[in-house]
Design a protein around this ligand. Structure first.
Ligand code: DX5
Ligand code: ZN
Length: 215
């Protein structure tokens, strides 16, 4: 499987977003991970479609939008218009899962479905045919900078066995060490916030994460 690195802008310097995006381009990031938090599905509030649209104007790397929202279906059009190349939402949200996937796909955007740590991976099985990616959260969603939950790896392994060609994303607590565990389990789309943006050389860290994912 191709390894794709998706730096999470949640950990970047918001006073210099354009420069931070340039670091990702320079580091050959495969995707840009954008964490949308609504203060309801998760306790935090981050940013929404207008901010993503502004970032899109200064970045050519595809946008991987992670919606931590109670009612994502109501906002899919906005995020598609903002330039999302992929939209991932949570199976635990209130919107109808199939309807939300169908809406995303109908707008020509790739659909991803995320599971929180306490949700069984089997929950995504009924939806796999239209999904481009499944996100296995490796922390409780809502905050950057938490510790990687290695006990989520059996979920990744199980899904990888079932779907050899599916993009499987991991998100939360990924660094040059934990990425090895995630890669061995079968994850190939790697989100990293703090590890990339709190490092002295984000571009070098992106490269290291990519190499270590297959170690
Ligand atoms: C957590 C977000 C993550 C977060 C990861 O709710 O979904 O994308 O930014 O941050 P790190 O890599 O710092 O754990
Ligand atoms: Zn995320």
């Amino acid at each position: 499987m191709e390894i794709k690195i998706s730096p999470s802008m949640l950990a970047c310097d918001f006073a210099n977003i354009q420069k931070e995006l340039e670091k990702c381009e320079k580091g050959k990031a495969d995707l840009i991970h954008l964490d949308v938090m609504d203060g309801h599905f998760v306790p935090n509030i981050s940013f929404g479609a207008p901010v993503i649209a502004a970032m899109k104007k200064v970045c050519t790397v595809p946008f991987d939008v992670h919606l931590m929202m109670t009612n994502p279906l109501d906002y899919i059009q906005d995020f598609a218009d903002a330039g999302a190349d992929m939209i991932t939402f949570h199976i635990e949200c209130d919107s109808d899962t199939q309807q939300t996937i169908d809406k995303i796909v109908s707008l020509g955007v790739k659909a991803g479905l995320a599971v929180k740590p306490k949700t069984d991976i089997e929950a995504v099985y009924p939806y796999l045919d239209k999904l481009s990616m499944v996100l296995v959260m490796t922390v409780e969603p809502g905050f950057g900078g938490q510790s990687f939950m290695a006990d989520m790896m059996p979920k990744v392994e199980k899904l990888r066995k079932k779907c050899p060609d599916l993009d499987i994303q991991v998100d939360g607590g990924i660094n040059p060490q934990t990425v090895q565990t995630a890669g061995k389990a079968g994850a190939n789309v790697i989100v990293a916030g703090s590890a990339v943006f709190k490092s002295d050389d984000p571009a070098a860290t992106i490269k290291t994460l990519k190499e270590n994912a297959v170690k």
